[in-house]
Design a protein around this ligand. Structure first.
Ligand code: CMP
Length: 139
C-alpha cells in the first residue's frame, strides 16, 4: 500500500535530471525555504510536457493548477499583453498561484517549441501536508 497520497504520482527519471530540477527549485526565492525532503518529493513527482510555438503555458487571471520548470526552449512573460521578460532554461515559474492560492499574475507563452517539467497543485499540497504529519509523529 502506498505510504503517502502522492506516491502514485512518482515518475522515474535520471539522476542528472533530478539534480537540475532540484537546483531549479532551490534557486527560486520562495521555494528555497522548503525542507530538503519536500524538494526531493516535488522532483520525484514532476512529469514532462511540451508546448508548441505560440501556445500559452499560463494565462493571466486563470486559476493555477501547475508549477513548472523550463527545460528547453524560450518562454515570454506578459502582463496585459505587455512583454515583461523571458524565462531562462532551468528556471521555476508558475509558483505564485500555487503557493498563494491566487490567480495567475502573468501570462507565459512559448516563443518556440518548449519542454517543461510540471508539478500538479494537488500533489504539491499533499507533499506539504506529508511533512507536517511526519513531523507530528515524532512527538
Ligand atoms: P504565477 O502567478 O503562478 O503565473 C505566472 C508566472 O509568471 C508567475 O507565477 C511567475 O512565476 C512568473 N512571473 C510573474 N511576473 C513575473 C515577472 N515580472 N518576471 C518574471 N516572471 C514573472
Amino acid at each position: 500500500l502506498p505510504k503517502f497520497s502522492f506516491d502514485k504520482a512518482r515518475v522515474s527519471k535520471d539522476a542528472s535530471v533530478k539534480r537540475v530540477l532540484t537546483d531549479a527549485l532551490n534557486k527560486n526565492q520562495y521555494l528555497k525555504r522548503l525542507e530538503l525532503q519536500q524538494i526531493k518529493d516535488m522532483v520525484e513527482c514532476m512529469y514532462e510536457r511540451t508546448y508548441q510555438q505560440g501556445e500559452y503555458v499560463i494565462k493571466q487571471g486563470e486559476p493555477g493548477n501547475h508549477l513548472f520548470v523550463l527545460a528547453d526552449g524560450k518562454l515570454d512573460v506578459f502582463q496585459h499583453n505587455k512583454l515583461l521578460t523571458s524565462i531562462a532554461v532551468w528556471t521555476t515559474f508558475g509558483e505564485l498561484a500555487i503557493l498563494y492560492n491566487s490567480t495567475r499574475t502573468a501570462s507565459v507563452r512559448a516563443v518556440n517549441k518548449v519542454k517543461v517539467w510540471v508539478l500538479d497543485r494537488e500533489v504539491f499540497q499533499n507533499i506539504m501536508r506529508r511533512t507536517a504529519e511526519t513531523r507530528h509523529e515524532q512527538y
